[in-house]
Design a protein around this ligand. Sequence first.
Ligand code: ZN
Length: 289
Amino acid sequence: MGILKRAIAADASVVVSVLDATDIVNEIEKIHKTSAVVTAGLGRLSIAASLMGYMLKGENDTITLRVDGGGPTGALIAVSNSKGNVKSYVSNPVVEIPLNKYGKLDVGTAVGKTGTLSVIKDLGLKEPYIGRIPLVSGEIAEDIASYYANSEQIPTVCGLGVLVNPDLSVNVAGGYLVQLLPFAGEEVISTIEKNIDGLPSVTAMMSSGLSVEDIAMKLLSGLEPNILDESKLKYFCDCTEERVKKAIMSVGNEELKSMAEEPGDTKVLCHFCNKEYSFDKNQILSLIK
Ligand code: ZN
């Protein structure tokens, strides 16, 4: 289970969300069999999606983060519902590249730095909202902060981290978002800046035993913070046979006919959870309009 807590400054000018996503990113590694640097990249994107998804208001709202960075991982996608439950996918799960000059997993190079981050919010309206920004570094956290600054005009600090064990399982994974409301004063801003400058990385804080609540309190130190709410989250795929059928139907009648003529059942794998759906000839023919 992932654990998310939100805290708010006494004057309500700053809200922080902190997520322990260790179990969620472990699940991602198990499903997608990612190499260490891809676990870190897809993990970070999934943590961000979950934090952002949890802020959605409508019960059926969803948010999709898609990074097309031009690097060897290909596209990375993470989708969260409004409970913060998340699923994710990467085009190329196994990328092996050297550590960066700090001796860390080089997520920016694996993901690429020359492409875009797309944020797609499906709020149940006729058209989804789509925001797209050029990547800052491909390291994900800076890219998320840049999205908020440029597309939503919300001053945001984002921290994301995934620490991978030598056996490729996930040691700790988590992240936070700090968001300032429009009426936040100069003093609040400089307090937040000072707090963040003095903090170790998310993974260092988690490794030293700090809970999500401890981290939230540190981020809002000096602003008399209170816990706003908390929730348990998980890796969650919402695929169903009906949805897969709809996806198959979108290929068109001609393609469906030739699928039905091929020997054996048509098998479709869900990219997000690897569940296999199988349709026999008659089921495929029944999808033709
Ligand atoms: Zn699925």
